[in-house]
Design a binder for this molecule. Structure first.
Ligand SMILES: [Zn+2]
Length: 583
């Protein structure tokens, strides 16, 4: 059976299988796909202008803020790294007990808060294994829930583990805890790792000794120590456990389940460590603003969120916002908003954004609401074209999380090559020692085609599933093979770059079209006339559709004919949706 025939045989049967698990999960999602999510508190009029439904990083609710946000679900924010001033005020005499320590015992500044001080003291990184700092965070969670927040958002949710790249933390709490972790490994593994007396093992002493015995011409780095991978597993598992404890504390305090969000930017390796505790990701996400062109990179984060069946409310990074502010490019931000909703997720309303550069430090961007709000109002008006739909899959990419952690760029490149060819991908996530996520046989088998660039990094059970799937055909080892052989269900002919993101539910499909012909000089996309959209109606589950509806933010909906499986879109501005149903 050749690949095309195989795919056609599979298609009718499998595309609904692929949809079923996530549709069931959709009922319990912390966000609807049509939600309009605010990052920070705003006034009543601003919420109304944008059609706000959720506040993801709110402060402690007050009667005034609750009134302003009537009808908006509030998440109160607790910061594990950004609240040094408040932590200090809570424990002004003893605060030093809770600070992270480097291998020499010195405290460590938060790299992106170096321009801030409190009473002459730098913003130190505090350790989430230290009882005093845990007490502070626990009190903050309780305070947030008691003040009436519907949910809790945790900024810098990895706590100490988020600073591993800085070579932390060697406080007594972390060093003592590591001994306990090592004891779980068993004697053979300990021998392999060179740990002789685990009951007396002190990792800080060991790393100091190792640093001192290196070659002076090429000084050793703490993070290169042979046990650092084990230390990383220990720290990340500790972070996940701590988040679980905070979640349980919130629920106990409220007497109900309290949804938990976190600034878990999924382009950052290891930020899935605690995904099981999280109900949503509301996270800073690189958008490469300085490239001055629309980017497919955030799609990787959205697809990663799909892989763990959780919603993702994105914002751009502090560096992105600083660039947008400096160059005044709100039109580029409009491309980001459209991509996000077209992917089935949300881009948080950019009414007030944190900007950061090492030179300027923290500053703020207040974007023009007349440019942004209409896009959000468009989503609210057409919620039924967003809420129940799931991403259609041309190809599933098997992604061992260990391989992603080691070299995220490799995976960004694979995903961007597929996105650029309008091959709609989903990520089939295989877990590792930190991320507990076994591959799903159901999802793997439901994919029409599967790309498996890395088998070595899969866990044993996952590798077995992949081998079984391989025997069924339509599996590729390289992206080049996938590009050659996978025929996407939506194909575009246009005089400029267009992204097609098909979404489906039983009997209906919505194809999002995004105009990527962005012109930085005019800060807008150049309209694309005569976009030809060729559809595989059977693959999309809308066999027999003769017409479709063309719905855009800036024009009235019109009906367009589907003739010979092709739709001709008269003009594509920023974004439009083709809605069609099975006959
Ligand atoms: Zn520590």
């Amino acid at each position: 059976m050749n690949i095309r025939a195989y795919i056609q045989t599979l298609t009718a049967f499998t595309c609904w299988l692929a949809v079923i698990p996530s549709t069931l999960a959709a009922e319990n999602r912390a966000l609807k796909r049509s939600d309009v999510v605010f990052m920070y508190d705003a006034d009543r009029q601003t919420y109304l202008d944008y059609g706000a439904t959720v506040l993801a990083w709110g402060g402690i609710p007050t009667p005034q803020s609750r009134e302003a946000a009537a009808g908006v679900r509030l998440y109160g924010s607790v910061g594990m790294v950004t609240e040094f001033d408040q932590y200090y005020e809570r424990f002004p005499k003893t605060y030093q007990q809770g600070l992270c320590r480097d291998v020499d015992g010195k405290p460590v500044k938060v790299p992106w808060l170096t321009d801030l001080q409190h009473k002459g003291i730098p913003y130190w990184w505090c350790c989430t294994s230290q009882p005093l700092f845990r007490q502070y965070l626990s009190e903050r969670v309780v305070q947030t829930v008691r003040s009436g927040a519907d949910g809790v958002h945790i900024d810098d949710h990895m706590g100490t583990a988020g600073g591993l790249w800085l070579g932390i933390c060697f406080c007594d709490g972390c060093v003592d805890g590591f001994r306990g972790y090592l004891q779980t490994l068993g004697p053979d593994e300990l021998r392999r790792l060179g740990v002789e007396r685990v009951d007396q093992f002190n990792y800080r002493d060991e790393v100091r000794r190792w640093l001192a015995t290196g070659d002076a011409r090429t000084p050793r780095q703490v993070t290169q120590h042979p046990l650092w991978p084990q230390w990383t597993i220990y720290q990340c598992r500790g972070a996940a456990k701590w988040m679980q404890e905070l979640s349980e504390l919130a629920a106990r305090t409220a007497g109900r389940t309290v949804p938990i969000g976190a600034n878990a930017g999924l382009l950052w390796p290891r930020h899935l460590s605690d995904y099981r505790t999280l109900d949503l990701f509301s996270a800073e996400t690189d958008h490469h603003a300085s490239d001055r062109t629309p980017t497919d990179l955030p799609l990787v984060a959205y697809r990663m969120a799909d892989a763990v069946q959780r919603p993702y409310a994105a914002t751009a990074s502090g560096g992105d916002w600083a660039f947008i502010k400096e160059k005044n490019l709100p039109g580029l931000v409009r491309c980001w908003i459209a991509l996000s909703y077209a992917s089935g997720h949300c881009f948080m309303a950019p009414h007030r954004q944190w900007c950061y550069t090492p030179e300027k430090g923290t500053h703020w961007y207040d974007g023009p609401r007349e440019k942004f709000a209409p896009l959000y109002q468009f989503v609210r008006r057409n919620a039924d074209l967003f809420d129940e739909y799931e991403a259609y899959t041309d190809v599933g990419i098997v992604l061992p999380y260990r391989a992603f952690t080691r070299d995220a760029e490799r995976w960004f490149d694979i995903c961007s090559q597929l996105a650029a060819r309008n091959i709609s991908y989903q990520l089939l996530l295989g877990g590792d020692e930190i991320v507990d996520h076994p591959l799903s046989a159901e999802r793997l088998n439901a994919c029409r085609a599967v790309l498996i660039p890395d088998r070595e990094d899969l866990q044993v059970a996952d590798r077995r599933l992949v081998e079984q799937r391989t025997t069924k055909g339509a599996c590729f080892n390289t992206v080049a093979e996938a590009l050659r052989q996978v025929a996407p269900a939506v194909r575009i002919e246009a005089k400029g770059q267009v992204r097609a993101l098909p979404r489906v539910k039983p009997g209906s499909a919505v194809i999002h079209l995004l105009n990527y012909r962005y012109n930085p000089a005019g800060d807008d996309v150049r309209p694309l006339p005569g976009v030809r959209v060729q559809l595989d109606l059977s693959a999309l589950g809308v066999t027999g559709a003769k017409t479709c509806r063309w719905v855009t933010p800036d024009t009235d909906p019109v009906e367009l004919p589907i003739s010979s499986d092709t739709v001709l879109v008269p003009t594509l501005n920023l974004w439009g949706l083709l809605e069609m149903s099975a006959e």
